[in-house]
Design a binder for this molecule. Structure first.
Ligand code: UDP
Length: 328
């Protein structure tokens, strides 16, 4: 059985759907702080609880024959992490410590885990390689890097093998349109733009247009959530073949500015999408674009959604059908 921590969240729920589709037995643990019960496939066994709760986690491991873990349970907002860093240390770092201790007690030796491009901070060169230096510029990235280091030492001491997947900007929704991105409050660029297209917001604020980029707005590398879900499955297969622990970037290798994303969304939605230049957001790096050659080569990962309009269109289909997210 595969334990998915944070399986009610955006990326977790999409991965659970793909695992079930592939015939796997899945257990979801989620405290529903940011996740949604409705996002969990009804074919997965669900435990509502927190990974920091040692007794609760012990019960989950006792009651199930867990073979491997995919770990999404974390807080993931750059801005919030700048204002409340200790929340990030508590949930992301301490939570992972309890998870690793419990895995070790139950002799579970394989874990795939969500890391982030935020571990790199402001990159020296583009595209970013896994061998590049890591200098996070915010507590979110810092706690994810700390988690990676915990895995490294847990591997050397207890033989727990890990794959760290450093995601770039995740977007889009499941092809069935049953699940998609729903954060409250929403802070991510594409869902906010689509809320403007749905007339739920008046305009989108562009966080700074004085960066050293072609049009002055920040550049990001957007990857579809289903492509990301497949990468987790390939990472598990990789560990099942007794490969060593490893780290992979996951992105499309192409950067789009905030203005370019708004323009692409105008094309997809046919809505004028009003925008206004606002202040820079603290902690935002100027440009993040991945090299995912290593994942393609070693995991045999092949992203299917490689053009930005198809990614935005898939998000749009979900937002149109579920304008109130999982509450609808
Ligand atoms: N962004 C923006 N306006 C918004 C939300 C985001 O201009 O209302 C910008 C943000 O500064 C960043 C990019 O869009 O450059 C992507 O931000 P998001 O929060 O989606 O992801 P992050 O890069 O923080 O993981």
């Amino acid at each position: 059985m595969i334990l998915v921590c944070g399986g009610a969240g955006y990326i977790g729920s999409h991965t659970v759907f793909e695992l079930i589709e592939d015939g796997k037995e899945v257990i979801v643990v989620d405290n529903l702080e940011t996740g949604h019960k409705k996002a969990i496939s009804n074919k997965a066994k669900f435990y509502n609880g927190d990974i920091r709760d040692r007794k609760f986690l012990e019960k989950v491991f006792k009651e199930n024959k867990i073979d491997s873990v995919i770990h999404f349970a974390a807080n993931s907002l750059v801005g919030e992490s700048m204002e409340n860093p200790l929340k990030y240390y508590d949930n992301n770092v301490y939570g992972t410590q309890i998870l690793l201790e419990t895995m070790n007690r139950h002799n579970v030796k394989k874990i795939v885990f969500s890391s982030t491009a935020a571990v790199y901070g402001e990159p020296k060169s583009i595209p970013i390689m896994e061998t590049d230096k890591t200098f996070p510029t915010n507590p979110y990235g810092e706690t994810k890097l700390t988690m990676e280091k915990m895995f490294k030492w847990a591997d050397s001491a207890y033989g727990i093998k890990y794959i760290s997947l450093r995601y770039f900007n995740v977007a889009g929704a499941h092809i069935t349109e049953k699940i998609g991105e729903d954060h409250n409050p929403e802070t991510h660029l594409i869902p906010i733009i689509l809320q403007v297209a749905l007339d739920k917001r008046e305009k989108i604020f562009i966080f700074g247009d004085d960066y050293n980029t072609s049009d002055g707005t920040c550049i990001r590398d957007y990857i579809h959530v289903t492509d990301l879900a497949h990468a987790h499955m390939l990472a598990l297969e990789y560990l099942n073949k007794a490969n060593k622990s490893n780290i992979f970037n996951l992105g499309n290798g192409e950067g789009f500015s905030v203005k370019e994303i708004i323009e692409a969304a105008r094309k997809v939605t046919g809505h004028p999408i009003k925008s206004e230049i606002g202040e820079r957001r603290v902690g935002d790096p100027e440009k993040l674009v991945a090299s995912s050659e290593k994942a393609k080569r070693e995991l045999k990962w092949k992203p299917k959604y490689i053009d930005i309009e198809s990614i935005i269109e898939s998000a749009w289909n979900w937002h149109k059908n579920s304008p109130d997210g999982f509450k609808g």
